[in-house]
Every structure is written in C-alpha cells, then in structure tokens.
Design a protein around this ligand. Sequence first.
Ligand code: GRF
Length: 199
Amino acid sequence: MGKKKLGVLVSGGGTNLQAIIDGCESGILKDVAEVKVVISNKSDAYALERAKKHNIEPLFIDRKSFADRASFCDKIVEELKKRGIDIICLAGFLLKLEPNLVRAFPKRIINIHPALLPKFGGKGMYGHYVHEAVIKNGEKESGATVHYVDEEYDHGPTIIQQKVPVMKGDTPEMLAKRVLEVEHKIYPEAILKVISSKL
Ligand code: GRF
C-alpha cells in the first residue's frame, strides 16, 4: 500500500501542520502518509513557509478572487482532486467549508479543535475565544478534539479527544499552550487512526 496523500488547509502559523509534517517525516505517520500540498486562504500565513521548508507545495487561494464561498470551495476541491489527495486536514483553517467541499470528500476531511467538543464549539469559537470561554465558565478541564468534518461547525464524529486540566489562575494563553501540546500529539494519532480504520 502506498502512502496516503494529505492535503492540509491552514490560515495561520501552522504548528499543527508542523506536527503532521514531523509525524510523516519521522514519527508515527512515517511510511504511512505524506503531506502533498498546503493550501491557505492567507498569502502571508507562516504555515506556507513551513511547507516550503519541507519541500511541500504551498498554495495560496484568494477567497477574494471568487464571487462567493461556494466557488472558492469548488476551486479547493479542484486542486485537491488534481493531486489525488486522500485525506484533508484542517489545521487552523478559519473559513467555513461549503457543502460542495464537504460532499466531495465524504469522511475524508478532519479538523482539530482546541476544546472538548461538543462543548465550546461552533461559530465564533476559535483561538483565544475558546480558552476565554472555558475559563470564564469555571471548567475544571479542557482539551483538544480531532473530528470528522460535516456541514455544521465543529460537529462531526469525534476521532480522538484528550483532556488537560484547567489550573487555578490560568490565563487563556496558559491554557492555550497546554492544549496545543496535546493537539500536536493527537493530530498525527488521529490521522493514523483514520487511515487504519477505513481507507
Ligand atoms: C489550533 O488551536 C487548532 O485547534 C485550531 O486552530 C489553531 C491552529 O493553530 N483549529 P496552528 O496554526 O496549528 O498553530
């Protein structure tokens, strides 16, 4: 069996992308998967630089060049299909996927979210907003969730979820850092699980 081809969609710094790349190069995804393309809706996303450093194709697709989000998503589908991508990993991709994209890759798109879904997910729940809400709500634990993507925000079936404690006196930044460490561990694990389970 050849390596599965991953396409990673990003909007920002890409530390999760880095964890996936490292997993493919020398970790649990070695000989199992490879990142073929990194697609970003932000031309200056540092994640694109990370791709270049690892000789992975970086691809900027400008949302503003398309009349609506559906046409933008059509373009993403076209680019992913052209490269024979098997699994699409959202890693800090901040635009909602339209149904045309979700339906083009059934059970092949996964996302990571920095909380214990179904809690603290949905529209507006990203980045520091998530951790602020967790602390404000007095939660004793938070964590990270990798899940299949469906047509609702942060909604599809969970693949892996891992908890971290919320400590007394935590700031959103402190909690984010603790959660991110877990994200970097479980994202490659979840990809391996998806590949072993059904492709
Ligand atoms: C992560 O916290 C992830 O859970 C969320 O967006 C953030 C991306 O961070 N979906 P990075 O770009 O991978 O560093």
